[in-house]
Design a protein around this ligand. Structure first.
Ligand code: HAM
Length: 422
C-alpha cells in the first residue's frame, strides 16, 4: 500500500489518458485560431482581493470554496477558482486595451474550488476559457457561444443544449430584485436554509437552487425578462437574432442566473443532460462592469469557460475521441555487453531523427525482450547480436508481416527509410 493517496477531488492523468487530453488541446487551439483568440497564461494564484471583489463576497465560491492561505510575506493568496477575474487583472496590468479592440484571449489550465467531490465535480479541474474585452456588440456574445459549440462539434459531441438568459444591468436588476423578494419573502419558511439566507444576501440566486421544494415554490416567480430596461432588452433581442442567423439553437431559461456577481446582460450555459447532476459542460456570459470594478475604465466584455474533464466524460460516454494505441517505431533487442552499447548508440541516432526507439533496461533474455516489444506494440524489432555487430549489420523484423531483412550499420539512411514505413 502506498503511504499517501492524492487529496480528495484531484486526479492523476495517466499516460494512456493524456493522449486524449492532448488531442482535445489540439482541437481547442485550432478552433481558437480560427476565431482569432490568442493564448494568455496567468499565474495559478492571485491576491485574494481580486476574487473577493471580482466574483463577489456573497457568492458560494468566495464564501465557501476558495483555497486561500497566507504566504510567508503575510499576503493573502488564493489558488484561482476561475479564469475571468485573472484575465481582467492581466488585461489592465499589461495595458492590453491600448491595442486594437476587442482583445480576444483564451486560457487553458487548472482551477481550484473546495467543493464536495462527485462524478464530474472536482477540487482541481481544468478549464478552457475565452474572454473578449472592449466591445458590447451582441455579435460578440454570440461568437462566444459559437466558439465552444464549434469545439464540441469538432470533437463529435452530439446532444448538448444551450440555455440562454439575460440578467440585465445593475439598474434593471434593482427593480427586479425588489419584485423577486416581494414574491419569495412570504415563502421564506418553506425555502431551504441556503435560500433563506440567499433571500437576504443574493436573492437572484434563489432562482437556480437545485432543491426540488424551492424549484416548485419559485416556478412562477417574476421573470427578469419583463424587467429589462430598454437597452438591455434591445441587446438581448439582437443576441437572439444573431443566434438565429448563425443557426444556433437554444432554450430560453429565465431561471439561469449564474454564481458570479460580475455578470450583466447575456448569460449562457451548455449542458449535456446524460452527465446527470453535474451536466454543465461550459458556461459564461457578459460582464460589462468587471474591468471598472478592478480599477480600469468602463469596458464591456464577454466570455465562456468549458470544463475539460466534463467534456471528456461526455465524449467518452459517446465513444468519441478514441485513440488508436500506438507503440514504438522500433524496439532494439541486444545481447548485453558491447551489443548493448551499440544498441544505445543506434537508439540515440534513431531518436535524433524523431523515431520512438525503445530498448531493454533490465538485462532481460532475448525471448523476454521480444515479448516486451510485442507488449509495447513495436512496429519493428532490430536484433543486434555479437555476430551482427562483427559483420556491422543489424536484423530488422517487421512485427506485422514477420518479414526480416539485414541492414548495414554504417548505412543508417537505408534503415531509417525502412522504418519510415511505420
Ligand atoms: P463556471 O460555470 O463556474 O464559470 O465554470 C465553467 C465550467 O467549468 C462549468 O460549466 C463546468 O463545466 C466546469 N466546472 C466548474 N466547476 C467545476 C468543478 N468543481 N469540477 C469540474 N468542472 C467544473 C466560470 O468559471 C466563469 N469564469 C466562466 C466565464 C468565462 N464567464 C465569463 N467568462
Amino acid at each position: 500500500m502506498p503511504l499517501w493517496t492524492r487529496p480528495r477531488g484531484t486526479s492523476d492523468i495517466l499516460p494512456e489518458e493524456i493522449e486524449l487530453w492532448l488531442k482535445l488541446e489540439e482541437k481547442i487551439r485550432a478552433v481558437c485560431h480560427a476565431f482569432g483568440y490568442r493564448e494568455l497564461r496567468t499565474p495559478m494564484f492571485e491576491h485574494t482581493e481580486l476574487f473577493q471583489r471580482g466574483i463577489g463576497e456573497a457568492t458560494d465560491i468566495v464564501e465557501k470554496e476558495m483555497y486561500t492561505f497566507q504566504d510567508r510575506g503575510q499576503r493573502s493568496i488564493t489558488l484561482r477558482p476561475e479564469g475571468t477575474a485573472p484575465i481582467v487583472r492581466a488585461y489592465l496590468e499589461n495595458k492590453l486595451g491600448a491595442g486594437s479592440l476587442p482583445v480576444k484571449v483564451f486560457y487553458y489550465g487548472p482551477m481550484f474550488r473546495y467543493e464536495r467531490p462527485q462524478a464530474g465535480r472536482y477540487r482541481q479541474f481544468t478549464q478552457f476559457g475565452l474572454e473578449a474585452l472592449g466591445s458590447s456588440d451582441p455579435l460578440l456574445d454570440v461568437e462566444t457561444i459559437a466558439l465552444p459549440i464549434e469545439l464540441y462539434r469538432a470533437c463529435g459531441l452530439e446532444g448538448f443544449e444551450v440555455e440562454l438568459n439575460s440578467i440585465g444591468c445593475p439598474s434593471c436588476r434593482q427593480e427586479y430584485r425588489k419584485e423577486l423578494v416581494a414574491y419569495a419573502g412570504p415563502l421564506r419558511q418553506e425555502l431551504c436554509p441556503s435560500c433563506q439566507s440567499r433571500l437576504d444576501r443574493n436573492p437572484m440566486r434563489l432562482l437556480d437552487c437545485k432543491e426540488e421544494g424551492c424549484r416548485r415554490l419559485l416556478k412562477d416567480a417574476p421573470a427578469i425578462e419583463d424587467y429589462l430596461c430598454q437597452e438591455c432588452s434591445s441587446h438581448f433581442s439582437q443576441v437572439r437574432s444573431y443566434l438565429g442567423a448563425l443557426d444556433i439553437s437554444y432554450h430560453l431559461n429565465p431561471h439561469l442566473v449564474r454564481g458570479f456577481d460580475y455578470y450583466t446582460r447575456t448569460v449562457f450555459e451548455v449542458t449535456f443532460p446524460k452527465l446527470g447532476s453535474q451536466d454543465a459542460i461550459g458556461a459564461g456570459g457578459r460582464y460589462d462592469g468587471l474591468v471598472e470594478e478592478c480599477g480600469g475604465q468602463p469596458t464591456p466584455a464577454v466570455g465562456f469557460a468549458v470544463g475539460v474533464e466534463r467534456l471528456l466524460l461526455a465524449l467518452k460516454s459517446q465513444g468519441k475521441l478514441k485513440l488508436e494505441k500506438k507503440g514504438p517505431a522500433v524496439f532494439i533487442v541486444n545481447f548485453g555487453g558491447r551489443t548493448k552499447v551499440k544498441a544505445a548508440q543506434l537508439a540515440q541516432s534513431l531518436r535524433r531523427e524523431g523515431f520512438w526507439a525503445e530498448m531493454d533496461y533490465l538485462d532481460r533474455s532475448i525471448r523476454a525482450q521480444m515479448k516486451s516489444a510485442n507488449r509495447l506494440r513495436a512496429g519493428y524489432v532490430l536484433v543486434l547480436g555479437e555476430e551482427e555487430l562483427a559483420q556491422k549489420k543489424v536484423l530488422l523484423r517487421d512485427m506485422e508481416t514477420g518479414r526480416e531483412e539485414f541492414y548495414k550499420l554504417d548505412e543508417p539512411e537505408q534503415l531509417m527509410k525502412a522504418l519510415g514505413r511505420v
